[in-house]
Ligand binder design. Structure first.
Ligand code: C2O
Ligand code: CU
Ligand code: CU
Length: 554
């Protein structure tokens, strides 16, 4: 194998002096009904004596693990103590558009955003991270992210390790490059691997079955995870919850934003140790993290490097000692139920970092353009085809999907559960099927490449989900912007919470068909009578705030 390359390459050379192993940080787990999350600036020492400026959530780097229960309503208060706007997105959770925390849902410095949604997803590993326009990579690099663990009855009925920090561990894998002064460099690749923010980590695990919840929280690097001794592990869950049965694996590719829960049987191994590696030498040159020099360099590219050392300690009093044969029934959406197929072509050639210019169906992100309109409750197939020069981890907000096929073949067993990221190598394609059960209520959902450099460089589009039967998308009580009537045939009345000076109406293609400007007011009227029937996007703005909603012309 490729172990000879590894050992000297773990951190940037300037920090190579102090190289003891560090106990892997385990973020506190909060099992609450209301979560107060403060996003703030900090100084943190990843390496002794070296100060790094960070952003964190309730702490210096990364945030607490939030435990959510299916069927409950979870409340959050996001306090933005940064000097710049942020937002907070619940990656993988099915929540309505106004709660989704995408780029339009900005939280201004000093503001608090109150969020409340019903937890609908099955038990699994999800995560939260900021999503502000063109600042996602920066804020994520600085440390704003955390895990969301959903619990449900079906998972609780299976004999699985689930004691947080004892036999069930969050494992957020990130790479960071430290500048000589100690601060982070914003770029696609890092030279230090951090697990939960810990460089050169080790984790003590009991000698029994343990569960690792892996998340690739890196900007651009893709990991090919496996154990140095070639041992098998069993994957039990992907992005959106449990698989139907554990899948024995030696290698697991994890794209940016993807999660995998794996079981490791350490029974009888007390006193032993093992090493979780990433086999970068196995990545094709089209995959970020390979040794393709065209894709910007890093000392970790194309080589095999350690991610996490595991030391096996004494078993607990009540260990899980067997891996179940079956988990939960997984029932993908039926292909025959799809009402429509959309084709999404990924094009462009470029580098991994911000020099990359990539397109989805020939266009890039424009906050004022809605790229797709989907009917609430409908099922669609999205056929994503990668004609660009590199792999992209494609992510869709608003729910989970199932992979129907990859390049015409049914997906491997570990990709047959619910997903929200599909890693597509150059030249490959996948058809995914999704049911759109969450309305956007004027706050569009994104779909984008989860390589954060690409995402911030506009490899992202947005869609709305409308309910044509009862459509009054501007009428929700908690909407900051109301339009009535909707649907409308002629005059609409616009009411906002804050005074606005401008109200613009756009077609879903982004063409402005109305522009009202006047003295600051919370109300305006607009005549739609000469416009063709269909959905439009209304934007009002004034004094640094904007609000949007959809308007239906009958
Ligand atoms: Cu992880 Cu658009 O998000
Ligand atoms: Cu997301
Ligand atoms: Cu990409």
């Amino acid at each position: 194998m490729h172990r000879f390359l590894v050992i000297a390459l773990i951190v940037a050379p300037s920090f190579a002096a102090a190289q003891a192993l560090n106990p892997m940080a385990i973020p506190p787990a909060l099992d609450l009904d209301t979560f107060d999350l403060t996003v703030d600036e900090h100084v943190h020492q990843f390496y002794p004596g070296i100060n790094t400026n960070t952003y964190g959530v309730n702490g210096p780097y990364l945030g607490p693990t939030l435990i959510l229960h299916q069927g409950d309503t979870a409340h959050f208060r996001i306090h933005n103590e940064l000097a710049q706007v942020t937002s907070m997105h619940w990656h993988g959770l099915a929540v309505p558009g106004e709660m989704d925390g995408g780029p339009p849902r900005e939280v201004e410095p000093g503001e608090t955003w109150e969020v409340k949604y019903k937890v609908k997803n099955p038990a699994g590993t999800y995560w939260y991270h900021p999503h502000p326009h063109m600042l996602t990579a920066f804020q994520a690099t600085q440390g704003v992210a955390g895990m969301l663990l959903v619990k449900d009855a079906a998972e609780a009925a299976i004999d699985l390790p689930r004691t947080y920090g004892i036999d069930d561990f969050p494992v957020v894998v990130q790479d960071r490059r430290f500048l000589p002064g100690g601060n982070f460099f914003l770029g696609p690749y890092g030279d230090s691997v951090l697990v939960n923010g810990t460089p050169r980590p080790f984790l003590e695990c009991p000698a029994q079955v343990v569960r690792l919840r892996l998340l690739n929280g890196s900007n651009s690097r893709i990991y090919a995870l496996g154990f140095e001794d070639g041992r098998q592990f069993r994957m039990i869950a992907g992005d959106g919850g449990l698989l139907s049965a554990p899948v024995a694996m030696q290698r697991l590719w994890l794209g940016n934003g993807e999660r995998a829960e794996v079981l490791l049987d350490l029974t009888g191994m007390e006193g032993d140790s093992l090493l979780l590696m990433s086999y970068g030498s196995e990545l094709p040159v089209t995959v970020p993290g390979s040794n393709n020099m065209m894709m910007e360099s890093s000392i970790l590219n194309g080589v095999d490097f350690p991610v996490l050392r595991i030391r096996v300690g004494a078993p607990t009093a009540d260990p899980v000692t067997a891996i179940p044969n079956a988990l939960v029934p997984v029932i993908p959406y039926d292909e025959g139920s799809a009402v429509r197929t959309r084709t999404k072509l990924l094009t462009g050639t470029g580098m991994v970092g911000s020099m990359g210019m990539f397109f989805i169906n020939g266009v890039q992100f424009d906050m004022d353009v809605v790229n797709d309109t989907v009917l609430l409750g409908s099922t669609e197939i999205w056929n994503i085809q990668n004609f660009s020069n590199m792999a992209h981890p494609m992510h869709i907000h608003g729910g989970s999907f199932f992979i129907l096929d990859r390049d015409g073949q049914s997906p491997p067993a570990w990709e047959r559960g619910a997903k929200d990221v599909v890693l597509l190598d150059a030249g490959s394609s996948a058809r995914v099927i999704m049911r759109f059960d969450e309305p956007t209520n004027g706050w569009p959902f994104m779909y984008h490449c989860h390589n954060l450099m690409h995402e911030d460089n506009m490899m992202m589009l947005q869609y709305i989900v409308t309910d044509v039967t009862t459509s009054a998308p501007g009428m929700q009580a908690d909407q900051p912007l109301r339009v009535f009537p909707s649907p409308a045939v002629s005059l609409i009345s616009i009411r906002a919470e804050q005074p606005f000076r401008q109200a613009e109406l756009f077609t879903l293609q982004g063409c402005r068909v109305r522009n009202w400007e006047g003295v600051a007011s919370k109300e305006a009227a607009m005549d739609l009578s000469d416009l063709p029937a269909g959905a439009y996007l209304l934007r009002v703005s004034g004094n640094g705030h904007t609000a949007r909603t959809t308007v239906i012309r009958e």
